[in-house]
Write a protein that binds this ligand. Structure first.
Ligand code: BES
Ligand code: MN
Ligand code: ZN
Length: 502
């Protein structure tokens, strides 16, 4: 299946950047600076004054993610790359993460095996641990390209080593702490992207479960998979209905991270993993249907998040539930008009087989709520309406507990994975009431993201719950500065930052 990932090892050294022998030294600048900052004077001297000349001439504007590379011939560093951080007043860790990612993307095209980074030198008000974390995340997420099926013209991904140079011993210690955190977060996100990028022909509920089991073993997680027979015994009729028309039978995947001795579940994560969403009998139009291989990205993000939580040794008991089905048209498919009894006992009338995500999620949410967690968070590529409402700049965030929503929003901010809250109260639930069953699975075009969440909310009981609709952000066709086309692994780092804050 997926190509083996070549991770970038990041380390910190107590050394003056200009003295560190490397193929490339990366430094950063704020927008429109006209004079060389003091922190780069020694580097400029070694580089023969080229950097100060460039800055004084105003040729390098230092807009966010702008880069230029100079050649230094005799210096301990063969090249020096200037990378822009944009406006100093708008400097966030996200800018450092972006700058680091941008730099390695450019460096990948050069012959650079050993890279020294001093991009934090200019930003003396950000703390060193966060610097280590942001750079480690940025370089590893930035380096990844989905190119499993390219037989030529691959971007070079040979081994690259990054050294963060700092002359203060205390800073170096803190940076090293941050590197460990960043490595775990990047790993979780990359696993989510690798899984997310696979196509429907190579991954289905059964093979996704096998891949999750393999990742679980590698990361010390427990894994339990419920197959279609077990799902039938448990009366998980939502997960079964959606997969009914597919030759690839449904699964419910459960991963457990035991972070503390005592029994009980602290947090449940739930992720929609529809390995391909054709719409079923309510078939989608052909245009763009290929993007529905990404309809498993919520589940992939949940897998990535619990992997990162395990690697970080988060001291909470966390359960990840990944309901997985393939939504296909067939003589055996579930139909518009069908009514089924969900795992909760509530009956649901199916009006549109393309509103399938909520049908697999409802059973998993009920199952999760039975564990009585302190909080339950689900992630799903649930509604096209989320794309219409917010565009691709935010994931939609909804829930029944403002404190939980605020805490996740904060994690999203730290991670640079923005989320915008939408409402899902009573009025939206009205849209989901059926005349012949307890609920129906579509509530009309108005407020589609909100009514879908209101539907989900009916299955969580009194559990504090938040829902992240990642339909707009789970994949991209753009070459973003440090995040390439394909699955993005969105919400992995946001949710893990939330877990870290507990
Ligand atoms: N997987 C889609 C939602 C989606 C749309 C994700 C675009 C990513 C990009 C979901 O299963 C779906 O088809 N939702 C329908 C619901 C409708 C029939 C009520 C939608 O949004 O159109
Ligand atoms: Mn659908
Ligand atoms: Zn879907």
């Amino acid at each position: 299946m997926a190509t083996k990932l070549k991770k970038i090892t990041v380390s910190a050294q107590c050394v003056a950047p200009e003295q560190n022998k490397s193929d490339l030294l990366v430094i950063s600048f704020f927008k429109d600076s006209k004079t060389l900052p003091n922190c780069y004077k020694a580097i400029d001297k070694v580089a023969g004054g080229q950097i100060s000349t460039m800055i004084e001439l105003g040729d390098f504007k230092a807009s966010l993610n702008e880069t230029t590379t100079l050649y230094t011939a005799k210096a301990p560093f063969a090249r020096v790359m200037l990378v822009g951080l944009g406006d100093p007043d708008a400097l966030t860790l996200n800018n450092l993460r972006l700058a680091a990612g941008t730099a390695v993307r450019v460096a990948s095209k050069l012959n650079t095996a050993k890279v020294t980074m001093a991009i934090h030198a200019i930003a003396d008000d950000v703390d060193a641990e966060h610097v280590g974390q942001a750079i480690t995340e940025g370089v590893n997420i930035g380096r990844y390209d989905y190119q499993d099926f390219l037989t030529k013209d691959k971007v070079d991904t040979t081994t690259m080593k990054v050294i963060i140079a700092d002359t203060k011993e205390a800073n170096v210690k803190a940076i090293r702490k941050g590197i460990k955190v960043g490595a775990a977060l990047a790993d979780g996100q990359l696993q989510a992207r690798i899984l997310g990028n696979t196509h429907g022909g190579e991954i289905n509920p059964g093979t996704l479960a096998a891949a999750a089991g393999k990742l679980a073993r590698a990361n010390g997680l427990q894994c339990k998979v419920f197959n279609d027979k077990q799902l039938k015994d448990m009366k998980m009729n939502g997960i079964l209905a959606v997969g009914q028309g597919s030759a690839n039978k449904s699964r419910l995947i459960m991963l457990t991270h035991k972070g503390r001795k005592a029994a009980g579940t602290d947090i449940v994560l739930v992720g929609k993993a529809v390995t391909f969403d054709s719409g079923g009998l309510s078939l989608k139009p052909s245009a763009g249907m290929e993007t529905m291989k990404h309809d498993k990205c919520g589940g992939c993000s949940v897998i990535g998040a619990i992997i990162a939580a395990a690697q970080l040794g988060i001291k909470k008991n966390i359960v990840a539930l990944i309901p997985s089905a393939e939504n296909m048209p067939d003589g055996n498919s579930y139909r518009p008009g069908d009514v089924f009894t969900s795992y909760s006992g509530k009956t649901v009338e199916v009006l549109n087989t393309d509103a399938e995500g909520r049908l697999i999620l409802c059973d998993a949410l009920t199952y999760g709520a039975q564990m009585k967690p302190a909080a339950m968070i689900d992630m799903a590529t649930l509604t096209g309406a989320a794309v219409v409402a917010l565009g691709t700049h935010y994931a939609a965030l909804l829930g029944n507990d403002q404190e939980l929503v605020d805490a996740i929003k904060q994690g999203a901010k730290v991670a640079g994975e923005p989320m915008w809250q939408l409402p899902c109260d009573e009025g939206y639930l009205e849209q989901m009431k059926s005349r012949i069953a307890d609920l129906k699975n579509t509530g009309g075009r108005q407020g589609g993201t909100c009514s879908a969440a209101a539907f989900l909310g009916e299955f969580v009981g009194d559990t504090k719950w938040a829902h992240i609709d990642i339909a707009a952000v789970a994949d991209t066709d753009k070459e973003q500065p440090y995040r390439t086309h394909g699955a993005t692994g969105y919400a992995v780092r946001a949710v893990v930052e939330y877990l870290r804050s507990l």
